[in-house]
Design a protein around this ligand. Structure first.
Ligand code: HEC
Ligand code: HEC
Ligand code: HEC
Ligand code: HEC
Ligand code: HEC
Ligand code: HEC
Ligand code: HEC
Ligand code: HEC
Length: 445
């Protein structure tokens, strides 16, 4: 009996052993970094069309209280107790002094409260509304935010308090007017002094993907401003971007525009989607900016500085090109999932991607931007340590990860082959064991 059992158990054990590496390979397949693209979040098609611009478009039903039609002093009288801060700010403002009362902006009674739109301000400030409408601030909401795949992939609360609170600077109102005029001069002082301070821009122009306030604050211009205040000796954001009080902040920009900037039309193909400008636009806009610098610098000093910043931008673009080539060859060889859905650049998702795409996200969205926007804002630290050197480190990581992806694919190919050889050896051995056992049985019988 004992002599019969031992060879059978031995044969079964060998078969089991041969199967083990197969199981392990299958598990590794599920956990590998080549797969995660499959879990990319679903994109909704249509943006939500609700009114997300003003904080208080209309009072909720039932809360509206009777207020005397158009009687400002009564609005003020009652609000002095219900919201004293608002009345204090308004009274101190030019509006308060000029008699532009609550009802002029909000409507004559609680029953008729309307959203305070750019059109409302435009009744008395049409020039500013027009200039604002010519700037890219006016496209910040629609289509740039609402048409963005990252926006569409987000849950509503993140959209609302994440994207929308900055991009509502370009909110489109029901009356077709565009822009939240309280983005820089906040209610209810609506002060020009406040809007002229760099901090007025800081609540939006900060952070890893557009750190203009940080570039400025630690540039020579920003340090003079910090040491001496807004004396006019150093330029502020508004000196360079709203010359003469113009509300079109897009004036005089060339390659250093929003997002990943621009390239010269016909001269170089952008490695990821970027705007294109013509040579004429370049010359005209550059002259406009140098004219501003020339109030305090020689024009050759300013021209040379900005020309070098243009070269920094081109160098940074070429590193992006190197990275996209590496990733493109992975797509071409079918080594990354979702080739047809994959996008690099402005519409690229930051979640549910492969590791190599995620490394690229950091490179194009943070490192590239710091390098050239730091240069246009005279900040050597962002150009180099937070920009260029980070781009280089990201590129190294991308190349290394691409190699890992290739090695893993090669190994998996080999791994499968070696485990099937093992399987056949095991089956053979198992069969041999079984025959031996039968022979032993037969001999006993
Ligand atoms: C009898 C007192 C009273 C008068 C008069 C009055 N209000 Fe109000 N108003 C209130 C109260 C109370 C609220 C609710 C405040 C709150 O939610 O804390 C309010 C809210 C508002 C809001 C915010 C609505 C919202 O949904 O948050 C606006 C705007 C407003 N009033 C404008 C006006 C204007 C314009 C007038 C004059 C035409 C006016 N009020 C007259 C008491 C008054
Ligand atoms: C020059 C236009 C203007 C005037 C004048 C004005 N407001 Fe406003 N007010 C706004 C804007 C813009 C908003 C923000 C957008 C919105 O909520 O529609 C706002 C928002 C509000 C809010 C809701 C938001 C909050 O912070 O609670 C209240 C309440 C309010 N205003 C009350 C008043 C009262 C009271 C007066 C008069 C003392 C007044 N407003 C005068 C433009 C104005
Ligand atoms: C009914 C006309 C009227 C409306 C509507 C109006 N304003 Fe004014 N605004 C004025 C007047 C009048 C002045 C004072 C001009 C002066 O004293 O030089 C003024 C001054 C200003 C100033 C300069 C303040 C300063 O510190 O010098 C700003 C900024 C401003 N308004 C913004 C707005 C915004 C934003 C809106 C819409 C939310 C708005 N205004 C709606 C009439 C209006
Ligand atoms: C409420 C948020 C917010 C504030 C405050 C704000 N911006 Fe912007 N800004 C944006 C957004 C969003 C964009 C990008 C719009 C787009 O192209 O979709 C932008 C774009 C710009 C651009 C690029 C324009 C181009 O053509 O490439 C400049 C320059 C600019 N802002 C300057 C300023 C200045 C100067 C201030 C302060 C005086 C300021 N912004 C305040 C949100 C803001
Ligand atoms: C990006 C920030 C920003 C936004 C958004 C903005 N303003 Fe201004 N506004 C400024 C600055 C800065 C000044 C002062 C410019 C200067 O130095 O003379 C100013 C000045 C003004 C003045 C005073 C003009 C004068 O000659 O005294 C008015 C009126 C005004 N803005 C209205 C508006 C209106 C209406 C809107 C909405 C379409 C708006 N602003 C949106 C930044 C902004
Ligand atoms: C000394 C002038 C100067 C000052 C001060 C300045 N900028 Fe700029 N800004 C530039 C130049 C130059 C460019 C790029 C011009 C080009 O494309 O040729 C630029 C571009 C921009 C852009 C487009 C994207 C980018 O960064 O290239 C934004 C947004 C911007 N600036 C915002 C700001 C804000 C916000 C401040 C204040 C915190 C500020 N700037 C201060 C000169 C200045
Ligand atoms: C802290 C404020 C802030 C938040 C939050 C924010 N943005 Fe922006 N966004 C900006 C500013 C400022 C710019 C332009 C400055 C620049 O690019 O140098 C910009 C630029 C953009 C651009 C490029 C616009 C163009 O004309 O090419 C897109 C697209 C964009 N944002 C989408 C989004 C989406 C989607 C979200 C949410 C996932 C978001 N942003 C969150 C402030 C913000
Ligand atoms: C309102 C005056 C003013 C304007 C406008 C201005 N600057 Fe400056 N800038 C200064 C001052 C003052 C300094 C400090 C000079 C020093 O470092 O001794 C400075 C410093 C600099 C520096 C660093 C110092 C150096 O020698 O490298 C650069 C670069 C620079 N500015 C470039 C520009 C450019 C480019 C523009 C236009 C886009 C510009 N500035 C606009 C006043 C200005």
């Amino acid at each position: 009996m004992k002599r019969f059992k031992a060879p059978v158990i031995f044969a079964l054990l060998i078969v089991l052993f041969a199967l083990l590496p197969m199981g392990a390979t299958a598990q590794e397949d599920q956990g590998t970094r080549l797969q995660p693209g499959e879990t990319a979040p679903k994109e909704e098609n249509a943006p939500r069309g609700e009114n997300q611009g003003p904080t208080t478009p209309t009072p909720p039903p039932g809360r509206a209280q009777p207020a005397p039609p158009g009687n400002a002093s009564q609005c003020v009288g009652c609000h002095r107790t219900t919201s004293p801060g608002i009345v204090r700010d308004w009274e101190a403002s030019k509006h308060g002094k000029a008699g532009v009362d609550c009802a002029r902006c909000h409507g004559p009674s609680h029953a008729e409260l309307k959203p305070v739109s750019a059109g409302t301000c435009g009744q008395c400030h049409s020039r500013q509304v027009k200039e604002f409408g010519d700037s890219k601030h006016a496209i910040g909401w629609d289509p740039k935010m609402t048409g963005n795949s990252r926006y569409k992939a987000l849950a509503e609360p993140i959209q609302k308090l994440g994207c929308e609170k900055c991009h509502n600077i370009g909110y489109k109102f029901a009356d077709n007017s565009v822009g939240r005029c309280d983005a820089c001069h906040t209610r209810h002082t609506f002060s020009v002094e406040e809007a002229r301070e760099p901090v007025a821009c800081a609540s939006c122009h900060l952070g890893p993907d557009h750190a203009q306030i940080e570039y400025f604050e630690t540039s020579k211009h920003g340090t003079i401003y910090a040491a001496e205040g807004n004396t006019g000796r150093a330029p502020t954001c508004v000196t360079c971007h709203q010359p003469g009080g113009n509300h079109n902040v897009s004036l005089n920009l060339t390659f250093g525009q929003v997002s990943n900037g621009a390239v010269l039309k016909g001269e170089s193909a952008p490695p990821i989607p970027m705007r294109e400008i013509t040579r004429e636009e370049f010359e005209k806009n550059r002259k406009g900016m140098v004219d501003i610098c020339s109030r305090c610098h020689s024009s050759s000093f300013a021209t040379n500085y900005l020309a070098t910043a243009d070269e920094v931008k081109k160098k940074a673009d070429s590193l992006i090109k190197e990275a996209t080539d590496v990733i493109q060859s992975l797509y071409d060889d079918g080594l990354l999932p979702n080739k047809e859905k994959a996008v690099l650049g402005g519409q690229q998702l930051y979640s549910g991607t492969s590791q190599v795409e995620s490394l690229f996200f950091k490179m194009y969205k943070y490192d590239h931007i710091h390098t050239f926007k730091g240069a246009y804002h005279m900040n050597p630290d962002y150009v180099h340590w937070l920009g260029w050197s980070e781009m280089q480190r990201s590129l190294t990581a991308i190349k290394s990860e691409a190699q890992t992806v290739r090695d893993l694919a090669a190994l998996r190919g080999k791994g499968l082959r070696s485990s099937s050889v093992l399987l056949w050896v095991a089956v053979g051995l198992g069969g041999l064991g079984a025959i031996l056992a039968l022979l032993a049985l037969a001999r006993r019988g």
